[in-house]
Structure formats: structure tokens, C-alpha cells
Design a protein around this ligand. Structure first.
Ligand code: HEC
Ligand code: HEC
Ligand code: HEC
Ligand code: HEC
Ligand code: HEC
Length: 206
């Protein structure tokens, strides 16, 4: 049987087919989120939200306390995300947003994988404040994680947490810096925190 295509046409067709396969694979990798573009710069980009909520307006301008919306942050593992009724305590009489959907499903900026266990209450009661881990949320329209929540990031602090311990009234300060090493070492001691106990695998993998 005579060849259907000339050798040259055959070569071109093969190259086109190979290019198509590569393009489809690249599309799948990006579209399925196997590779998060933010991963390359070590933190994740902000996901789209049901309402274009701004921390800058609510925390910085209006002065709402973090705990008004993240109600369980001092006691539970999860910080808690606000439901519609929390927003409506201000927006129904004041400034109803016409397009607000009635059930809010907030997209997470950077969730931990299921095999890692984190507990907000344990950190807040030890005196670690929000901005130490989340950056200056109050100044951001949209929260952007300042670093990846990698295992090494957790361990770096667990092995030497003294510099992150605040006085009780300072937990929500967005621009907190440690006073000096002696004060910090004293806080570590007073609060009975033993770094050697904080890097066992079972602390974060249960
Ligand atoms: C020691 C670090 C650390 C501190 C301190 C901290 N967070 Fe978090 N926060 C995290 C991590 C890690 C996650 C991701 C947890 C997950 O996905 O399970 C998170 C998640 C969240 C979330 C998303 C919902 C959730 O609970 O998963 C909110 C909201 C939040 N933090 C608010 C706060 C506020 C408000 C404070 C201060 C009162 C605070 N955080 C203090 C590390 C911290
Ligand atoms: C303590 C009162 C209060 C609470 C609670 C509150 N807001 Fe607001 N919100 C305000 C005020 C005040 C403004 C500024 C109004 C303005 O500029 O017109 C505002 C503005 C807004 C805007 C408009 C922002 C812009 O770009 O103009 C949106 C959207 C919004 N809030 C959504 C929400 C959502 C969603 C919640 C619940 C998670 C919420 N708010 C909870 C008081 C509140
Ligand atoms: C008026 C309500 C409100 C207040 C006050 C508020 N938040 Fe939020 N927060 C939200 C909403 C709604 C989201 C989800 C939308 C978004 O990510 O922008 C959110 C998301 C976050 C996230 C992203 C968590 C993740 O991993 O997805 C962090 C971190 C956070 N808040 C921290 C804080 C801190 C720290 C404060 C105080 C300085 C604060 N919030 C005050 C309503 C609030
Ligand atoms: C900036 C410092 C810091 C960072 C970052 C941090 N931790 Fe912690 N963590 C602490 C301190 C301090 C304690 C309290 C120890 C105590 O009370 O004895 C603690 C306690 C805990 C506890 C409770 C331990 C217990 O048995 O009571 C868990 C679980 C935990 N951390 C998980 C994590 C994980 C997972 C990460 C990373 C996603 C993380 N932590 C990041 C400082 C930190
Ligand atoms: C202070 C908290 C903490 C401690 C202690 C800890 N891990 Fe992790 N580990 C994490 C977090 C958070 C992740 C998820 C990291 C990510 O998403 O990149 C993780 C991920 C992992 C993974 C998955 C692979 C990876 O890199 O994501 C393995 C395996 C693991 N840890 C093993 C261990 C072992 C073994 C120990 C004890 C020697 C240990 N971890 C102690 C927080 C911790």
C-alpha cells in the first residue's frame, strides 16, 4: 500500500500531535490546581470570595475586633468564619449589599492538609498573636498568607517560641515586636512552655 503522507508531512504531523499532548497536559496541571501558581513564591494567592469582603475597611477603618467575626479563635482549633447574621448586624439597617448571597461559603486562603493538626486556642492562650502567623491582616483588603504553612515553619517556632510570646493585651496588635530577650525568656518560663515537648510528631499528627 502506498504511503498516505510524504515523509515530510508525516514528520510535521507527528510534531503537531506531540505538541497537542504537551498542551493538554499543561492545561490539566494548571486547571486542576495540582500546581498552585502561588506555590512558586512560597505563599498562596487570594481565592475569589462570594462577597468582596475587605479586612482593611472592617478592621482598620470601622474598627471591628477580629473575634467579632472569628468567634472561636481563642478556644477552638478553628478560628470560625462569619455567617450572614454576623454581617447583617451592621448591614441590614446600615448598608444592605444588594448582591449578597444568603449563604456564605468563604474560600480558604491556605488550608493545611488533613494529616496536620493545628489548634488556634492553644496558641492564643500561650500568647502567640494573629499577626505573627497571618501578617498585617488589618492593612490588607484581601488576606494573603505571608508564608507557606510548611512543617519547617511550624517547627522553627516550636523549637524556639520565646520571641513570639506577647503580653495578654497585645494579642491583636498588628505591628507587635518582642520587647527584649530577657522579657521573652521570662514569659516562656512563667507560662511553663517546654520547647522540647513541642517537636514530637504526635503534637501535629494525631
Ligand atoms: C501560630 C500561628 C497562628 C496564630 C497565632 C493564629 N493563626 Fe489563624 N491560622 C493559622 C494556620 C496554620 C491556619 C490554617 C489552619 C487549617 O487550615 O487548619 C489558620 C487559619 C485561620 C483562619 C481560617 C479559618 C480556620 O480556622 O481554619 C482564620 C479566620 C484565622 N486563622 C484567624 C486568626 C486570628 C483572628 C488569629 C488571632 C486571634 C489567628 N488566626 C492566630 C495559624 C495561626
Ligand atoms: C460592625 C459593623 C459591620 C459588620 C459586622 C460588617 N460590616 Fe461590612 N461594612 C461596615 C461599614 C461601616 C462599612 C463601610 C460602609 C461604606 O463605606 O459605605 C462596610 C462596608 C462593607 C462592604 C462594602 C465595601 C466597599 O468596598 O465599599 C461590603 C461588601 C461589606 N461591608 C461586607 C460585609 C460582610 C460580608 C460582613 C460579614 C462578614 C460585614 N460586612 C460585616 C460595617 C460592618
Ligand atoms: C467583619 C468580620 C471580620 C473581621 C472583624 C475580621 N475578619 Fe478575618 N475574615 C472575615 C471573612 C469574611 C473572611 C473570608 C474572606 C476573606 O478571606 O477575605 C476572613 C478571612 C480571614 C483570614 C483568612 C483565613 C484563611 O486561611 O482563609 C484570616 C487569616 C483572617 N480573616 C484573620 C483576621 C484577623 C487577624 C482579624 C483581626 C485583625 C480579622 N480577620 C477580622 C471576616 C472578618
Ligand atoms: C510563632 C510560633 C508558633 C508557630 C508558627 C506555630 N506554633 Fe504551635 N505552638 C506554639 C506555642 C507557643 C504553643 C503552646 C505550647 C504550650 O502551651 O505549651 C503551641 C502549641 C501547639 C499545639 C498544641 C500542643 C498541645 O499539645 O497543647 C499544636 C497542635 C500546635 N502548636 C501545632 C502547630 C502547627 C501545626 C503549626 C504550623 C502550621 C504551628 N503549631 C505553628 C507556637 C507556634
Ligand atoms: C509543629 C507541628 C509539626 C510537627 C511537630 C511535625 N510535623 Fe509533620 N507536618 C506538619 C505540617 C503543618 C505538615 C504539612 C506541611 C505542608 O502542607 O507542606 C506536615 C507534613 C508532614 C508529612 C507529609 C510530607 C510533607 O512534607 O508534607 C510527613 C511525612 C510528616 N509531616 C512527618 C512528620 C514526622 C515524622 C514528625 C516527627 C519527627 C513530624 N512530622 C512532626 C507539622 C508538624
Amino acid at each position: 500500500m502506498a504511503a498516505l503522507f510524504t515523509p515530510r508531512a508525516d514528520r510535521i504531523l507527528r510534531r503537531l500531535a506531540a505538541a497537542a499532548v504537551v498542551a493538554v497536559l499543561a492545561f490539566l496541571v494548571v486547571a486542576t490546581g495540582i500546581v498552585d501558581p502561588g506555590w512558586f513564591r512560597g505563599a498562596s494567592a487570594a481565592p475569589p470570595q462570594p462577597v468582596p469582603f475587605s479586612h482593611k475597611i472592617h478592621v482598620d477603618d470601622v474598627g471591628v475586633d477580629c473575634r467579632y467575626c472569628h468567634t472561636s479563635v481563642e478556644v477552638a482549633a478553628d478560628a470560625g468564619m462569619p455567617q450572614m447574621k454576623t454581617c447583617m448586624s451592621c448591614h441590614l439597617p446600615l448598608d444592605p449589599q444588594p448582591d449578597m448571597p444568603y449563604s456564605l461559603v468563604w474560600q480558604r486562603v491556605q488550608p493545611l492538609p488533613d494529616h496536620a493538626y493545628f489548634h488556634h486556642g492553644a496558641h492564643i492562650s500561650a500568647g502567640v498573636g494573629c499577626s505573627t502567623c497571618h501578617g498585617n491582616v488589618a492593612a490588607q483588603a484581601v488576606p494573603v498568607a505571608p508564608q507557606r504553612y510548611s512543617m519547617n515553619w511550624c517547627l522553627d517556632c516550636h523549637r524556639d517560641p520565646a520571641d513570639s510570646l506577647r503580653a495578654p493585651g497585645e494579642l491583636l496588635y498588628m505591628d507587635w515586636t518582642p520587647p527584649d530577650a530577657a522579657v521573652q525568656a521570662e514569659r516562656l518560663h512563667q507560662r511553663g512552655i517546654v520547647p522540647a515537648n513541642l517537636d514530637h510528631c504526635y503534637v501535629c499528627h494525631r
